[in-house]
Write a protein of this length. Structure first.
Length: 288
């Protein structure tokens, strides 16, 4: 028996190649390589005609993915994800520690989204996709797109730095009350703002600080690298640490605490935050 997934194209710009538009449109085709294979096998149709790698997509085109029922043998990754906010266009989840957001692995946040989120009723509904990344060990808020047009718009918001993010971290050692770190990461300009909210004495680490971090750029491991660079590595960091000051077994004390942006469809100003993990509360009275 042949099954069909359908999608109606929504474009705000000129026509683009199917290979660019089609990634993430269908639940079973999450990567460019998977889309290319489906096209090669003549499983993708545009306006009832077999698509090719040269096919362009324009506003209103009907795209179909036709596959045999026996081919749908995928294992499903079961992972409960706390949903902080959800509507038909986007969602915000609270990412747990110890899992990657996306990639070639089976166990990713991206592969668990469909089982946790409600299907979108919008005509360009797509497989939910994370709009940004959090490190494997980092917890906290992750923004998800649920339609093709919103996925593209969220990517644009991040590209033009129109999403404000704040993190909470526990850092090691004496710190200035607040400051700005401007140090290149991977040979690219990078800027992080920090503010110490509370400091407690520690026998092993001398001082531990509850710090609010606001990245102004989005480089890989930026906050972790910047805190180590100023002599105050993040507690529990197994990669960026000072010799003899690495805490094992408790995980990384870095949490994506808030997101602020303009909703790409309702144009409402969104501000979403979440409570800190219990391990933060055990250290600092101000958040207990």
């Amino acid at each position: 028996m042949q099954l069909v997934e359908k999608h109606m194209a929504v474009l705000s710009n000129d026509a683009i190649r199917l290979q660019e538009y089609g990634v993430g449109v269908f639940e079973r085709i999450a990567t460019k390589s998977a889309l290319k294979k489906a096209i090669k096998k003549k499983m993708i149709f545009v306006n009832d005609k077999v698509a090719t790698t040269a096919t362009f997509i324009k506003e209103g085109d009907k795209i179909e993915y036709r596959f045999d029922q026996n081919d749908d043998t995928r294992k499903k990754f079961r992972l409960k994800l706390p949903i902080i906010y959800e509507d038909d266009y986007l969602a915000i989840i609270n990412k747990p520690a110890g899992i990657v957001v996306s990639g070639n692995n089976f166990k990713t946040v991206a592969n668990a989204l469909c089982q946790n989120l409600n299907p979108s009723s919008i005509h360009d509904a797509a497989k939910p996709q994370p709009a940004h990344r959090l490190d494997f060990a980092t917890t906290g808020l992750l923004l998800i797109g649920k339609t093709s047009s919103v996925i593209k718009e969220l990517n644009r918001l991040f590209e033009f730095k129109e999403v404000q993010k704040s993190y909470y971290a526990v850092t090691i050692g004496a710190m200035e009350p607040k400051g700005e770190v401007n140090l290149q990461v991977d040979d690219k300009e990078a800027c992080s703002i920090f503010e110490v909210l509370e400091t407690i004495p520690s026998i092993r680490f001398n001082y531990l600080n509850l710090v609010k971090l606001s990245p102004k750029t989005g480089r890989r491991h930026q906050l972790r690298k910047h805190m180590l660079a100023i002599g105050n590595p993040i507690l529990g960091d197994a990669t960026y640490f000072k010799q003899g000051l690495m805490l094992k077994g408790k995980g990384l004390y870095l949490h994506a605490q808030s997101l602020q942006f303009i909703h790409p469809k309702t144009y409402q100003e969104m501000y979403v935050d979440t409570t800190l993990p219990v391990k933060f509360n055990k250290l600092f009275r101000s958040i207990s």
